[in-house]
Design a protein around this ligand. Sequence first.
Ligand SMILES: C[S@@+](CC[C@H](N)C(=O)[O-])C[C@H]1O[C@@H](n2cnc3c(N)ncnc32)[C@H](O)[C@@H]1O
Length: 300
Amino acid sequence: MANKTDIDYSYSTMDQVWRLSVGEMADFTGAKYDGDFSLSLEAAQRNKHAFIAEHLHVGPGSKVLDMGCGWGPFLNYLRQIGAKGTGLVLSEGQYASCRRQGFEVYIKDCRTVTPADYGTFDAVVSVGAFEHFCSMEDYKAGKQDQVYNQFFKTVSDLLPPGGRCFIQTMVFDKGMIELDAIDINADKDSDEYLMALVVNEFPGSWLPYGKEQIIKNAEPYFKLVNHHSGKVDYIETIKVWRRRLKSFGLQKYLAYLSLTPQFLVDPKLRNRLKNLQIAPIRVAFEKGIWDHFRLVFEKR
Ligand SMILES: C[S@@+](CC[C@H](N)C(=O)[O-])C[C@H]1O[C@@H](n2cnc3c(N)ncnc32)[C@H](O)[C@@H]1O
């Protein structure tokens, strides 16, 4: 699993820049445009929230656990519809931001949560955190299925029979290369270099191989009731993010500048600058290296 240091590196470093670019409680995951790219990013994110709530049968009074809640976008939606959200997160920056917004959030590895921690829930949501549950080391040790199977057992223990769980995650597609081939010194046009940029931004994380690996490991506890690819929507989301990350704002540019000392001493952080130019995740989607799915499960 990506540990707290990895997650802080990925999310807390850019905490202020991100919030100033996209919004205080912005989603850091693909929106749901359903092919209508005339929608604003905010409207498409709200579509996603509404889809999740509808398919999880969440309404006023529902008790919902958000595993990997980020800056709290879905917790905010739950608050607006009168449901009770609890969020778990590993990034200090995201935790502090959620607390400022008055959300009930804890720094806690969601893969280890039990009913003894915060009780049981009517529904569980995990939007864009599944990507971090299996590390490269777990994968190399042949433990990937075990990690996912254990995760679904953890979720199942938190739900009543018939309770629902929503997972949104990126997955490897057919074009994925071997882990050992990933190389930051490879040719700049190669998949080996592209994947090295992604790994550099999200250390400690390794994706599932297709939606099939997720469904297989959920199977002992959950049946799949709805699924679709969100890849095209994610490509559009990334395009909008990039415009917003680059657009001028004095406070935002000062936030970028405040990162200078870290950039000077940390080559990994310097490599992350290249992600702003190349958008490697978008390219990985376009090249068929990655795909993206939204999956709704129901407890057996
Ligand atoms: C891509 S962000 C998505 C955040 C949010 N769900 C959204 O849609 O904007 C991934 C989130 O997962 C959290 N995360 C990753 N691994 C986690 C773990 N094992 N336990 C709790 N949170 C985790 C990170 O802190 C981060 O908030």
